[in-house]
Design a protein around this ligand. Sequence first.
Ligand SMILES: NC(=O)c1ccc[n+]([C@@H]2O[C@H](COP(=O)([O-])OP(=O)(O)OC[C@H]3O[C@@H](n4cnc5c(N)ncnc54)[C@H](OP(=O)(O)O)[C@@H]3O)[C@@H](O)[C@H]2O)c1
Length: 268
Amino acid sequence: MNNLSSYALITGGSSGIGYQFARELAKKKYNLIIVSNEDLKNQEVCLTLSQEFHIQAIPFFIDLTGPESAEILFNFCIEQQLDVDILINNAGMFFFKEIPDTSPEMVSKILMLHIVTSTLLSTYFSNYMRKKKSGHILFISSITAWMSYPGISLYGATKGYLRQFARSLRYEMKDYHVNISVVCPSAIDTNLYNLSKKQRSIALRTGVMMCPQALAKKSLSAMFKKRFLYIPGFLAKVSVCFVLFVPPFVIQRIKRYMWKKLKINGNH
Ligand SMILES: NC(=O)c1ccc[n+]([C@@H]2O[C@H](COP(=O)([O-])OP(=O)(O)OC[C@H]3O[C@@H](n4cnc5c(N)ncnc54)[C@H](OP(=O)(O)O)[C@@H]3O)[C@@H](O)[C@H]2O)c1
């Protein structure tokens, strides 16, 4: 396969799952535009990938919670004549907090990062891809897309938005040969949850967590086969079926138990 003139743009591609997407696509000879808000780390990552795989890897430093970040990024690609064939909306953040205890800044940040910027990037690039009648847009959602659970209200709801948005965008793009896919992973071994090394290694060994390399490889394979939804792993598939049928009183009980364990105060 020769993808030497095509670019894959990966948001949050300098670490975690995004980095593994970058590596897998570099192996397939895609050039890369890696977006990150950590400039030095991203420059190093791009240098390493371009030397290892003999591709072009362009670091792009921006905070994707900024209201104009999608427009700035898209304009950069157009001005530099970078033919983006794959857009991976991967950048994300996670925190576990009840809504009344969450600062308005954190609320805005997660909404901007997961919803506004991903939607705007998809708007710009779906228009671009529709004109050339090719391309893929991949959304990294989560199994929490089905979980209206306390403590992850914003995370789950924004991931649910991405899954639903991707579904309708897929119908709109179908006749233009632009593929839209969405991946809904369960727990993946990255820094997202700030777990200790020991916790991560136990979770990996017991199969509760999946390694990000395997996730990236399988997700790309699903995307190239133009599948809409990919839920990686048996546990994740079972969890999705399970959460759809958990009655509200059980969720409330689990919540009280967890809050007690975590010593979270509040008037419940
Ligand atoms: N890990 C899991 O268990 C899991 C499960 C389901 C879904 N996901 C989703 O998978 C995606 C990747 O997460 P991960 O596990 O790989 O976590 P991660 O290692 O923390 O990576 C998150 C990425 O998002 C980028 N990012 C965060 N805020 C940003 C901002 N304001 N501007 C630009 N980039 C920003 C980070 O870039 P910097 O490195 O530059 O900060 C980082 O590369 C997320 O959307 C997450 O919700 C993860």
